[in-house]
Design a protein around this ligand. Sequence first.
Ligand code: CA
Length: 389
Amino acid sequence: MQITRIKSHVLQYDLPEELGYSQQYYSKRSAHLVEVETDEGITGWGECFGPGSIAVANKTIVEKVIQPLVVGENPLDRDVLWHKVYNLLRDHGQKGMPLQALSGVDIALWDIAGKVAGLPIAQLIGGFHRTKVQVYGYGMMLRRENPTAMASRFRDEAAVIREMGFRATKMKLGLGPKADVKLASAVRAGIGPDFRFMADANHCYTTADAFYVGRALEELECYWFEEPVAPEDHDGYRELRAGLKVNISGGEAEFNRWGWRGLLESRALDIAQPEVCALGGISEYLRVLALCHAHFVPVVNHVWGSAIAVATNLQLLAAMPPLPGGLYPSEPMLEFDTTDNRFRDELLKEPLDIQQQIKRNDGYADVPQGAGLGVEPDRDFIRHYEIAA
Ligand code: CA
């Protein structure tokens, strides 16, 4: 069996309204899918993390840099190919876009391996620790409105997300420490006292400001405080974790086993959030997961993007061992974006329809049982949204 071609698809549409987080506002939704073709008619699908112009640049890396290294090779040799590509790219990028590009290719190779074996990826990894996964819904994005209006919108949106059937919710921070505390109070008011919420700063604070916000989050019984400071600031993370009661989470901007080793050894995290579509794909995710568990740090995957990313993460969450185990173990959650995203809702021939599943199923989504990722994208849909890049 041989790889014959690798094709990237960058999809994009204009959002009905602008959305924001602490670093920027954005008005387009995009996704970057990778398709690996073989001489036996089996095609694998993967996804690369990174929106807009990042996706366009990653497409070039996938097609112009990685493709020539793997065409003609056996797609079942995914770990061999991972190391061939990584070792040759090492001098040009051990983190960031080269790894995002490699991630999409590696995920597609796992999809092929599952299709060849006739098994879901979770089974290839080692089996189903769970066949359904609890889902948390994130929303409460920033918009260009005054802080009082935003707090009132956050309160209403939080209540709606709870009503939709999610097991927990997550809000954005980013207006500045004082205003952010008001936003978090509004979210707690919207969901009531007995529902789990998390807050995501997307690394916008200094350590001092993060302490101020973190103390307020403790009072509000927030479950985790995500990316409080810059991902490079391991000392800041460690000080926050030692000084605050709220769980400190992060890691979506970290790459491969060597990056994660440093993050974990610095004792930075209560909860690790690896992003499989960025850190190096499923092959590298499994090594990072083992490192996290070796440090007794629980993992709740970061999830972003299309239904391919959601399906990939459902397989990984199904195959994740409990840490440390018990009659009532702490269970991972699937991260799910509640804002407008056609690439998540309409890409597949048979949509996952997570929103309907959680409504029916007390906040849980089933893990697809088909071969590979267990899902197939609709090529007409891809053609409709694909941009020239
Ligand atoms: Ca985040």
